[in-house]
Design a protein around this ligand. Structure first.
Ligand SMILES: Cc1cc2nc3c(=O)[nH]c(=O)nc-3n(C[C@H](O)[C@H](O)[C@H](O)COP(=O)(O)O)c2cc1C
Length: 257
């Protein structure tokens, strides 16, 4: 059994490699009973600011897992900043004892930092990394990915920079520009129901935004951008092995849309 959270498909792609019983966290978290029993239980999600997305944190805090082997795979694009160690601390604070936490280097979908057209051309040897992770999991390897003092310093620096921003700065990251045709795709790919259509136009409501950027990356008109400068406003990304329909299925909150 593997739980996943995804904005642009990297983590879903990884999850599909590792297990056949896939459960989307944005769907699971709506259930009343969050109690799971399986021989192995995995979590696959992106790294946001070196940590797991808020919804994944909330899920780990609420859920009960009965398993002999609990593992996490954290997809990241450029700098993991000790994500494995931070995830281990989170697990322990939730009463979970992880057997295995690894990181997986993939396309970085963070639009302020990276040009998606460039990212696509970098060979990050994803298949090789995934094959090694799969072997580890099949053999029930115990391991937490190595974290160096340099990684810890990077995270400290990040936290220090974040502390200078207003607490809700991330909630105002998404900007819906002119030219929305009201197709509603952004609403369907949003895992936190933070976008809806009003008078035929998309509206972003801050509060519970996960900043996964699914809305921006999947907008066919490219009218969803950010309130901070982007590397390339015309370049958008979705994992090449994952369809738009799969992202919708994973994240859709409002079934009537
Ligand atoms: C809000 C946000 C924060 C991110 N922070 C980091 C980070 O700290 N380090 C990193 O290497 N990548 C970071 N990334 C890149 C993603 O972790 C990476 O592209 C991931 O594989 C995306 O997974 P997904 O396609 O399943 O959404 C960030 C992306 C977003 C949207």
């Amino acid at each position: 059994m593997i739980f996943y959270f995804t904005g642009t498909g990297n983590s879903l792609y990884a999850a599909k490699h590792l297990d056949t019983e896939l459960v989307s966290i944005p769907q699971a978290i709506k259930e009343k009973e969050l109690s799971y029993t399986a021989e192995t239980i995995g979590i696959v999600c992106p790294v946001y600011g070196h940590e797991v997305p808020l919804m994944v944190k909330e899920f780990l805090q609420k859920a009960q897992f009965q398993t002999e082997y609990f593992y996490m795979v954290l997809t990241y694009g450029n700098r993991h900043g000790g994500a494995a160690e931070l995830a281990e601390e989170l697990c322990r604070s939730c009463g979970i004892r992880p057997s295995y936490i690894n990181i997986l280097w993939m396309v970085d979908n963070w639009l302020p930092g990276f040009d998606m057209d460039e990212q696509r051309t970098i060979d990050k040897k994803v298949e090789e990394q995934l094959a090694a992770i799969k072997d580890d999991i099949v053999s029930r390897r115990g391991m937490i990915a190595e974290v160096t003092d340099k990684d810890r310093a990077a995270h400290e620096e990040f936290l220090n920079n974040m502390s200078k921003l207003p607490e809700d700065a991330w909630q105002h990251l998404i900007r819906i520009g002119e030219g929305c045709i009201g197709c509603g795709i952004c609403e369907k790919v949003c895992p936190s129901a933070s976008i809806h259509l009003q008078d035929g136009k998309a509206v972003h409501v801050p509060g519970n935004c996960q900043t996964c950027l699914a809305c921006a990356h999947n907008c066919p008109q490219k009218v969803i951008g950010l309130n901070v400068p982007e590397k390339n406003k015309d370049a958008r990304y979705r994992n090449e092995h994952i369809t738009l329909q799969e992202i919708i299925q994973a994240n859709i909150q409002n079934e009537v849309c």
